[in-house]
Design a protein around this ligand. Structure first.
Ligand SMILES: NC(=O)C1=CN([C@@H]2O[C@H](COP(=O)(O)OP(=O)(O)OC[C@H]3O[C@@H](n4cnc5c(N)ncnc54)[C@H](OP(=O)(O)O)[C@@H]3O)[C@@H](O)[C@H]2O)C=CC1
Ligand SMILES: CC(C)(CO)C(=O)C(=O)O
Length: 304
């Protein structure tokens, strides 16, 4: 299977690295600075599941591979999507499946508009990873799971082939029969988790210890759920209880990738995560979400 990973960052570098580790044909589409860095240093991952050091196969947008890609793992930030859609076009054939790993939901519509409904699968990942100053990938907590699947729920022989290839990786990378529900649930989780951790600029532990922190978790989740339902999400009745249990079961030190990006002074996906939930018609009641969004917008002003 010939695979392209777009963005050799914290997520793409990790899962692409796990596939390359098994000898799969993985090429990373990167921008010039990352190209130079990875050529010099190789791709390094440190992880509780085992470290990796490989010499990655790299291309930049002006290079052409000798054969089409079967699968593209898309793992850039949402605020790079406009550029990525252009850069990616020459690498997508009528047989290529795109598996996006971005948090949130808005990118699905953009991808299907450009590449068509049939080329775009659903995808998500549960992983806490970041890049260090030298561009090495640091993967820190136990979870390193990737889910993908057909957005209409029907598996095909080719999707089964991809699942079989992913199953060889030393990370759970699995097919889901209900990927859209999984994506909405992950979006609800991450909008709450990233919302409160960036608002309080804290890992989850101290937030959970304060009454105001616990209340903010409840408020952000309730409002985000309502906004997502207005956009068509269908959740199980117990979704809040399930996600709260998950949030209360995490290690005290667990941070969202958005908070880690803030700590490095990098941009954050505020439009993609939060503005997308705050339609003018629903904003009257959405005080917690508005606070989360305003906090991030103000942060963005400080780094511009
Ligand atoms: N990190 C985490 O723990 C998790 C993140 N996510 C989500 O995954 C997505 C990716 O996040 P993450 O991996 O952390 O982000 P990173 O910033 O670590 O990685 C994104 C990479 O995309 C690259 N990139 C940007 N534009 C292009 C382009 N046109 N062509 C090629 N490469 C490009 C960047 O390269 P350059 O070096 O050139 O800037 C960067 O290396 C986000 O939506 C995030 O919310 C989901 C679960 C967990
Ligand atoms: C919560 C977590 C770490 C789970 O994957 C995540 O998605 C993020 O912080 O972006």
């Amino acid at each position: 299977m010939n695979m392209l990973v777009v963005g050799a960052g914290a997520v793409g570098g990790y899962f692409g690295g796990r596939l390359a580790e098994q000898g799969e044909q993985v090429t990373f589409l990167v921008r010039p600075n990352r190209y130079e860095q990875l050529q010099k240093t190789g791709l390094h991952i440190t992880s509780p599941h085992g470290d990796i050091a490989i010499t990655p196969q790299l291309i930049t947008r002006d290079m052409r591979p000798d054969r089409a890609f079967d699968v593209i793992l898309l793992s850039t930030k949402a605020y790079h999507l406009d550029d990525v859609l252009q850069d990616l076009a020459p690498f997508v054939s009528s047989e290529t499946y795109i598996i996006p790993l971005l948090n949130g939901m808005q990118h699905i519509r953009r991808l299907t508009e450009v590449f068509g409904e049939d080329r775009v699968l659903g995808g998500l990942c549960f992983i806490e990873s970041t890049l260090d100053a030298e561009g090495r990938i640091l993967q820190t907590s136990p979870s390193h799971r990737l889910l993908f699947g057909s957005r209409t729920g029907k598996p095909t022989a080719r999707l089964e082939e991809i699942a079989a290839c992913f199953a060889k990786a030393k990370a759970p990378m699995m097919y889901s029969m209900h990927i859209m529900d999984d994506m909405w649930q992950k979006y609800l989780f991450i909008s709450t988790f990233a919302g409160v951790t960036t608002l309080f600029r804290s890992a989850i532990g101290p937030i959970r210890q304060e009454a105001v922190g616990r209340q903010m978790i409840l408020d952000v989740m309730k409002e985000a759920k309502q906004a997502m339902e207005e956009q068509g999400a269908v959740f199980n009745d117990d979704v809040e209880a399930v996600l709260l249990k998950q949030m209360h079961g995490m290690e005290n030190t667990m941070k969202s990738s958005m908070l880690r990006d803030m700590e490095k002074g990098q941009p954050v996906e505020v439009e993609h995560f939060f503005s997308a939930l705050l339609k003018p018609s629903t904003t009257d009641q959405m005080n917690a979400l508005k606070l989360v969004e305003a906090n991030l917008r103000m942060y963005l002003k400080t780094i511009k």
